[in-house]
Write a protein that binds this ligand. Structure first.
Ligand code: FES
Length: 159
């Protein structure tokens, strides 16, 4: 995971050029936040504050937008996001075992990111593949019929 050095003025200059790009837009805030999120993989608070000042909008508005959209993250996330479905059909077919296997294999709890910045573990509701419960999703790929062995196999694909 890239370590951000806040004393480096280039970061803010980079944000300024992102803002400039969307300056003419009717409501540039979401586009600016999306691009910052793509660049740094989340929305660091100092950058949200900077955006608020530059766009002359209250920082509460920037934070409100940042937390409203699920595709925007306000905390650092790993290179791969693992989402375990915990809705009822997956729950009755062993979602909790899936979660505990992942916690053990990755050495983190839900909501956490591995030390090397590779994986973030989250729980989510139905992924739309209940027929192959229990299921999880890594980035945009869905995996079903999970067993501890299958989970270990899948994780090796990302190492
Ligand atoms: S309940 Fe888990 S995929 Fe639908």
């Amino acid at each position: 995971m890239e370590t951000i050095k806040w004393e480096d003025e280039h970061i803010f200059q980079e944000v300024d050029s992102i803002i400039e790009k969307y300056w003419e837009e009717k409501s540039p805030l979401l586009c600016v936040l999306q691009e910052i999120s793509l660049r740094w993989h989340y929305l660091p608070r100092p950058l949200m504050q900077h955006v608020a000042e530059k766009l002359d909008v209250p920082s509460s508005k920037v934070y409100g937008v940042a937390t409203f959209y699920s595709f925007l993250e306000t905390e650092p996330i790993g290179q791969h996001v693992v989402r375990v479905c915990e809705s009822a059909p997956c729950h009755v077919r062993g979602a909790m075992d899936v979660l505990s296997t992942l916690k053990r294999e990755l050495g983190i709890k839900e909501g956490e990111t591995t030390r090397d910045g590779k994986f973030t573990l989250e729980v989510t509701s139905c992924l739309g593949v209940c027929g192959v419960a229990p299921a999880m999703m890594i980035d945009q790929v869905t995996y079903g019929n999970l067993t501890p062995e299958r989970i270990r196999e899948v994780l090796t694909l990302y190492n």
